[in-house]
Ligand binder design. Sequence first.
Ligand code: APR
Ligand code: ZN
Length: 289
Amino acid sequence: EDRKTVLDHSIKLTYELLIKGLRSGAYKNIVILTGAGISVSAGIPDFRSPECGIYSKLKEYNLPQPEDVFTLDYFKQHPEAFYRFSKEFNKASGYEATPTHYFIRLLQEKNLLRINMTQNIDNLEEKAGINADLFCQAHGSYNAAHCCKCDKIMDLDAFKQHVNEGTIYRCSDEVCLGPVKPTVVFFGEQLNPDFDIKLPLVHSADLLLVIGTSLAVQPFNLLPFLVDEQTHSVLINLESTKKASGGSIHDFESGDANLFIQGKCDDVIRQIIADCGWEAEFEKILPEV
Ligand code: APR
Ligand code: ZN
């Protein structure tokens, strides 16, 4: 009865139905798309929130536009802006994973997580104990360093040292001497190859959770369109993404299979866990405070 009711697509998805589907195990293939909003409570600012977002903090770098800090052509000419950003970003690299990351881990323990496609480069998924084959860092990470011109792999520690010293680390090839960057995907670069490998897993979703992202960046913001229209799609976000600029945005506020839960993701997640009666299991995987 439960599975049929929940997955009966002629009725409008509600919060109650979402909880019923989670509690009863009706959802067996949960795909989660995440963005900077899930790491804000860890102390890592997001990009586009007014005032506190990274892009508004970069004003002092007097970039033609804030995204230039992550744009390949701009980096090739002026690598110092990104090096300064990295120094800020890596300063307190001792960030902890958030309750939202641990919720994704809980779904993994329940064998309900099919894949977490993330735009984040902070590695908090790994810190939460999510298995590498169950998440994909579509926009890369700081896990390696390469020359931005000839793609030659360079030493990551040397890159970090240059960032701390405020000097530009250049390619070891005398002819090239291109500035070195981490394997964070810049505008103008190909996505992490892992994205195409894990993309097919998105199709299998019977529940799609989109958490903490403005869905402003292509091609990541096209992922919600990969699930079939009966798949229950839920946005958990501080703001409605309808207003996000750029690209075709999936509308979570209309349609029977869509649900928009406005709020801070950690609060919403804790409510979902409580309503599912999963607190005990959840507390077990949270790190001792
Ligand atoms: N809970 C829920 N949502 C939140 C929270 C929170 N605590 N804090 C912020 N948000 C929401 C914001 O309202 C915003 O809609 O998270 C979203 C963050 O959006 P962005 O700052 O645009 O971050 P993101 O969507 O991850 O950016 C995508 O843009 O700059 C590039 O490559 C970079 O991966 C990044 C990509
Ligand atoms: Zn080079």
